[in-house]
Each structure stands twice: as structure tokens, then as C-alpha cells.
Design a protein around this ligand. Structure first.
Ligand code: XMP
Length: 507
């Protein structure tokens, strides 16, 4: 496996994604973590960083077990680091070194550039530059503005590049990473979905043995793939609980439950709608609503797991981005924008051991693993849906009537996207019931009814998002359909805000 040491760059995760796409397993660890051991890895990659190697707070690390002993690749800060602290010189650059640039090679035969053409486009993003390389270092590529764009350390498998091969705009970036890892470091490309499924099933068997495991299914991709993996490993010793909080999409509880049963999962559907509605009664503050739902979920889930005699493990669909510890530039904790109820995990009074079969893989790998296990592509392609469900799309207090109204609106919108072949090109979509009434006219009558907003966004991970430019004709058709068929709604608007500054959900 490959180790990626994170010095705090925004794009470190992308390095891991690119490496995984080469069917090579890798892990990200903060450079100063105690959780990794160089001996476990075949090659090491140093990431970029918001810091300067010349700064007082420059992240530093002892590379004596690595440099000259294992294949080592420095990227951006990593490249400056391997130059600066080994006898070279890094200084502020006086030319613009952001954005596109084109490589010209000084050493065409270097294996790092195998099958990459002269002039290949790369992406630069740095304000320091490597002025002088240490003695035994050789520059192997430059760009018009950056003299030492890539170098090799003589007699070592140590390479470094000033640009970012992990970003999309570095056209041959994946190839370059492949050249380093496969041709130079000799790492095997064995990380495939089938392989992942096989090894994970074995790991679960070894870990869990004949114990019973409880898992909360949500209808989403992650919990479903986790359940299928566990089911393969331990069969009916996996007890799945699918809670209806009364805030799901129209017909979702029945539909998804049926699908799960069809997949051979040992699943219990628990309709706790009344319980959730009671907890939510009279609450209109977004955070209070989220907390009430989180608490109700834990209570219901706890009660259900106590019904499973002698259950020892709790399985969760946690994926790698939730696990990666990041090095924040200021070292401080980030602000809580919204309290996501399913991220913090369950309270320790449950005293269950945790099994998380997806904790080392990314979302696209979860989908590929799901596909290789034969899970319905429609289920794997479902949009993300928040744990608190429609409660955070009904602004203000929640009533069963409002939920029913929003379920109708949402179903028209989502089915419309599917019918028009737009569903898969949208990352997430939904409708929001606004606490606003407006005047309208239907037939000869004055109406004074509710307004709904439609939201559809493009995103890769939900961290940033942009609204989708849906065709006017489509929006017109959906708007008509909603107003004509959902009683109580007389106005439809489309949300054209991006994240940031807006968030995807309205609450
Ligand atoms: P925001 O609104 O923060 O949403 O831009 C980003 C993504 O997270 C989802 N979301 C949640 N998912 N539990 C979840 O499982 C939650 O409490 C929660 N709140 C927001 C949201 O749907 C979007 O995909």
C-alpha cells in the first residue's frame, strides 16, 4: 500500500482518489499523526500545504526511514520540502505561478514521463518557488515560469513535482502518478472492487465471528452496501433496522423495505412516525428540530437493538471522507454550521463494538463495490437524502399535513427528473415547503396558499455545490403539475443559489 502524508493541502483527498483509480490502495495520514508506520508502505507521497517551508510554523517531519530507502514523491510543498531541507533553496517567486502551464522536459527518458508528451498541461498553485536544487538533484522538467517544475534525486527513487498531478486540469496527472507508483515504485494494481469485497468479507468474518450485529439502514447507498457486505460475511446474524421517521419521501418506506427484503437482508421495518411527530411538535428552530430527530432516532434504535438478544456489534456505513483527519491551516476546530445527526455516531451507553466496512473507501468506490455485488444500479444511483429528511425542507414547524403536501410536491419533481432523463445528471434534488403564503387566482377564485421552492444542485461531495441550469420547459411543466395537483400550493420558485454562501438544504 501507499502512504500519502498530508501537510494540509485542500486537495490531498484528490491525490488519494487518483491513486485509487489506478487500482492501488493508499491511505492518507496527517504528517504529524502517530497512527502510521513507514514500514507498512511500499511508497510515500508528500502532499501540498498552505504553509511555506520558510515559515516558522512549517510542518516538519523526519524522513530518515524513507528518503533514499523507499520510492518517495513530493508534490508542491512536498517538492519544496525535499529541496529546502536537503541543501537547496526556496524563495518567494516573482512570477505568477497559479493556473495552467505547459511542461518541457529536460530528461525525456525519465520513467516519470513515460507516455507523456512534451508540452503536457499541468496545474500550478504556489507562491514559493525552488530557486536552487541540492547538489545531487537533477531538474527533469520546467515550465516557462517555473525552472524546477520536476526533479529527481540521483541514486534514489526520490522524485518531486511542483505542480498538482491530482487535479483535473493536469491532463496527464493520473498517468504521471501511475508512472511513479507502478513503473518506478513497482506497486501492484490489485485494488479492484471484487478484491475489496473479497478481503472485506473475510475481515468481517474474522472480526465478528459468530456474534450478532445490528445495523441501521437508511435507504441510502452507504448503509445498503455496508449491509450487503455484512450479509455476505455473516448472513442472518446481521440484524438490519430500517426506521420510518415519517419524514421520508412519498412511498419510500414501503418501497425500500420491499427492495431490501428482495435482496435477502434480514431487515425489520419500524414505523416510528408518531414518535417523531410528537418530538417535533411545536418546534420551529432548525437546530432544535435536528436535535429532536437525532434523539428520537437514537431512542428508537436503542430500543430495537435491545430486542436483539445478545447483540455485540453495531455496524455503520461510515465512509473514508468522514474518517480522514485533516490538518487545518489554523489548527482550530471548524464552526458547526449544522448538526448532522448521523455523523457523531451513537451514544456509548449502547456499549456495542463498532464495525465499519466502508471506512477506508470513497463514495465512488462504495458504488463500484455495490455494483460488483449485484446491487440494483437504480439504488446505487440514488441522490443523497439527509438523515432528518423532509423536516429540514419544511421551514418552521412540522405537521403531518405539511409532510404529506411536501411529499406530493417532491414526488412530482423527482419523477419528472427521471422521466426527462435528468435525474442522473443532478447530484441532489428536492423541494422545500416555505412558511410563506401568497395570493393567487384559480378559476375565478382568489387563493391564499403556500409557496414551494425547487432545488437541484451539482456537486461531487456536498461540500461545495452549484445550482443546476434545468431547462425552462421542464421547470414550466413541473410547476404547472405541482400547482394543479397539490392542494394548498399556488406558487413555485426555483432556487438559484450556490454553496457557499448558501447551503444545499435550507435548514
Ligand atoms: P448542506 O445543507 O450542509 O448539506 O449544504 C450538504 C449535504 O449534507 C446533507 N445533509 C445531511 N445528511 N444528515 C445527513 O445524513 C444530516 O443531518 C444532514 N444535513 C444535511 C444534505 O442533504 C447535502 O447532501
Amino acid at each position: 500500500k501507499v502512504l500519502i502524508l498530508d501537510f494540509g493541502s485542500q486537495v490531498t483527498q484528490l491525490i488519494a482518489r487518483r491513486v485509487r483509480e489506478l487500482n492501488i490502495y493508499c491511505e492518507i495520514h496527517p504528517y504529524n499523526s502517530e497512527k502510521y508506520n513507514f514500514a507498512d508502505y511500499k511508497a510515500v507521497i508528500l502532499s501540498g500545504s498552505p504553509h511555506s517551508v520558510r515559515g516558522e510554523n512549517a510542518p516538519k517531519i523526519d524522513l530518515s526511514e524513507v528518503k533514499g530507502k523507499k520510492p518517495l514523491l513530493g508534490i508542491c510543498y512536498g517538492a519544496q520540502y525535499l529541496a529546502h531541507f536537503f541543501g537547496g533553496e526556496v524563495g518567494a517567486s516573482n512570477t505568477r505561478e497559479y493556473g495552467r502551464a505547459n511542461l518541457s522536459f529536460l530528461d525525456h527518458t525519465n520513467p516519470l514521463f513515460d507516455d507523456i508528451k512534451e508540452g503536457s498541461q499541468v496545474w500550478m498553485s504556489h507562491s514559493d518557488t525552488i530557486l536552487n536544487l541540492p547538489d545531487n538533484y537533477e531538474c527533469i522538467a520546467s515550465t516557462p515560469d517555473v525552472k524546477n517544475a520536476a526533479y529527481h534525486v540521483k541514486g534514489e527513487d526520490t522524485y518531486a513535482i511542483q505542480f498538482h498531478p491530482e487535479v483535473y486540469h493536469s491532463t496527464d496527472g493520473a498517468k504521471l502518478l501511475g508512472n511513479f507508483l507502478v513503473k518506478i515504485a513497482g506497486v501492484a494494481q490489485e485494488w479492484t472492487p471484487n478484491n475489496f469485497v473479497e478481503t472485506t468479507v473475510q475481515e468481517i468474518k474474522d472480526k465478528v465471528g459468530n456474534d450478532k450485529v445490528v445495523l441501521g439502514l437508511s435507504g441510502g447507498v452507504d448503509s445498503t452496501v455496508a449491509a450487503v457486505l455484512l450479509n455476505k460475511a455473516i448472513g442472518d446474524n446481521l440484524y438490519c433496522v430500517f426506521v420510518n421517521n415519517g419524514l421520508l419521501r412519498k412511498n419510500e418506506f414501503e418501497g425500500v423495505l420491499k427492495q431490501y427484503e428482495g435482496m435477502g437482508l434480514n431487515v425489520k421495518g419500524v414505523d416510528a412516525t408518531d414518535r417523531f411527530m410528537k418530538e417535533l411538535e411545536g418546534l420551529s428552530d432548525p437546530e432544535l428540530k435536528r436535535k429532536a430527530i437525532g434523539k428520537a432516532f437514537i431512542d428508537v434504535f436503542d430500543q430495537e437493538s435491545h430486542l436483539i438478544e445478545n447483540v455485540k456489534w453495531l455496524a455503520q456505513g461510515t465512509i473514508y471522507p468522514d474518517v480522514i483527519e485533516s490538518v487545518s491551516a489554523d489548527g482550530g476546530p471548524s464552526a458547526t454550521i449544522k448538526s448532522h445527526h448521523n455523523v457523531g455516531g451513537l451514544p456509548d451507553f449502547m456499549k456495542l463494538k463498532i464495525v465499519e466496512p466502508l471506512r477506508m473507501i470513497f463514495k465512488d468506490e462504495v458504488r463500484r463495490a455495490g455494483k460488483s455485488m449485484g446491487i440494483d444500479p437504480e439504488l446505487l444511483g440514488r441522490h443523497p437524502f439527509p438523515g432528518p429528511g423532509l423536516a429540514i425542507r419544511i421551514l418552521g414547524d412540522i405537521t403531518p399535513e405539511k409532510v404529506a403536501m411536501l411529499q406530493e410536491v417532491d414526488a412530482i419533481f423527482i419523477n419528472g427528473l427521471k422521466e426527462h432523463g435528468l435525474y442522473d445528471s443532478v447530484w441532489q434534488a428536492g423541494a422545500i415547503l416555505l412558511p410563506v403564503q401568497s395570493v393567487g387566482v384559480m378559476g375565478d377564485e382568489r387563493t391564499y396558499e403556500k409557496a414551494v421552492a425547487l432545488r437541484a444542485v451539482e456537486s461531487t461531495d456536498g461540500m461545495t455545490a452549484d445550482w443546476v441550469d434545468l431547462p425552462y420547459k421542464f421547470l414550466q411543466e413541473i410547476s404547472n403539475k405541482i400547482i394543479n395537483s397539490v392542494k394548498g400550493v399556488n406558487r413555485v420558485v426555483y432556487d438559484i443559489s450556490s454553496k457557499p454562501p448558501a447551503t444545499i438544504e435550507w435548514e
